[in-house]
Design a protein around this ligand. Structure first.
Ligand SMILES: Cc1cc2nc3c(=O)[nH]c(=O)nc-3n(C[C@H](O)[C@H](O)[C@H](O)COP(=O)(O)O)c2cc1C
Length: 190
């Protein structure tokens, strides 16, 4: 069975990117995958510095997050656009997970994996600029990124108070990212 790890780059409790990830994850589940959704803030990773790593080694949360990435075939990621780029929480988490410990292979968490990327913003562009930086980062560390991507504009208007998607088109395009990720991974595994 295809295993997917889904997460957003936002640590905000009521994050719209977390809601976006949940819809895409549903699409992947409907296509037959096993999806695990995690919140990056739950891993409590300190800001990465090489001094901290040299003194204390890999942080517990970073190793736990990396383990989940290693065990997955692919990722569903939705990242908020902060000043036209990804959030510090997202980049810090990727930086920790990129560090090799013991017998692990270089960039084992990312190489040969496939990702579907999304962004959501209350603004008119939906965070489409972060998708450029997100794609570049993930590709540079060995993860193939699906050509299809989605930026959800005016995102606060597209979910209800309970976090359910209320806009039919948004639901369709997000579920499709999840489905496309599963079908791509199935083809690669065949
Ligand atoms: C530091 C900061 C920078 C931001 N920069 C942008 C931006 O460049 N483009 C944009 O569309 N929204 C920007 N926003 C607004 C976010 O899109 C908005 O806070 C959004 O709700 C964050 O996603 P979340 O709901 O998943 O936490 C910024 C917000 C913060 C806190």
């Amino acid at each position: 069975m295809i295993k997917i790890l889904a997460f957003s780059g936002s640590g905000r409790r009521d994050s719209v990117n977390k809601k976006v990830v949940a819809v895409a994850a549903k699409g992947a589940e409907e296509a037959g995958a096993q999806v695990t959704i995690v919140n990056l803030e739950d891993f409590n990773m300190p800001i990465f510095t090489e001094d901290l790593e040299a003194e204390k080694g890999m942080c517990e949360g970073g190793q736990a997050f990396k383990k989940l990435l290693i065990e997955s075939d692919g990722f569903l990621i939705s990242c908020p656009e902060y000043n036209s780029s990804y959030s510090a929480l997202f980049k810090n988490s990727i930086d920790w997970a990129s560090r090799k410990v013991g017998d692990e292979k270089v960039l084992e968490a990312f190489k040969g994996k496939v990702a579907g990327i999304m962004a959501a913003s209350p603004g008119a562009l939906g965070g489409m600029r972060v998708l450029v930086t997100l794609r570049m980062l993930m590709e540079n560390i060995g993860t193939m990124v699906l050509p299809t991507q989605q930026a959800i504009s005016k995102a606060f208007e597209k979910f209800d108070e309970d976090g359910n998607v209320t806009d039919e088109r948004t639901e369709k395009v997000l579920k499709n990212i999840g489905k496309e990720l599963v079908t791509t991974l199935e083809k690669l595994k065949a």
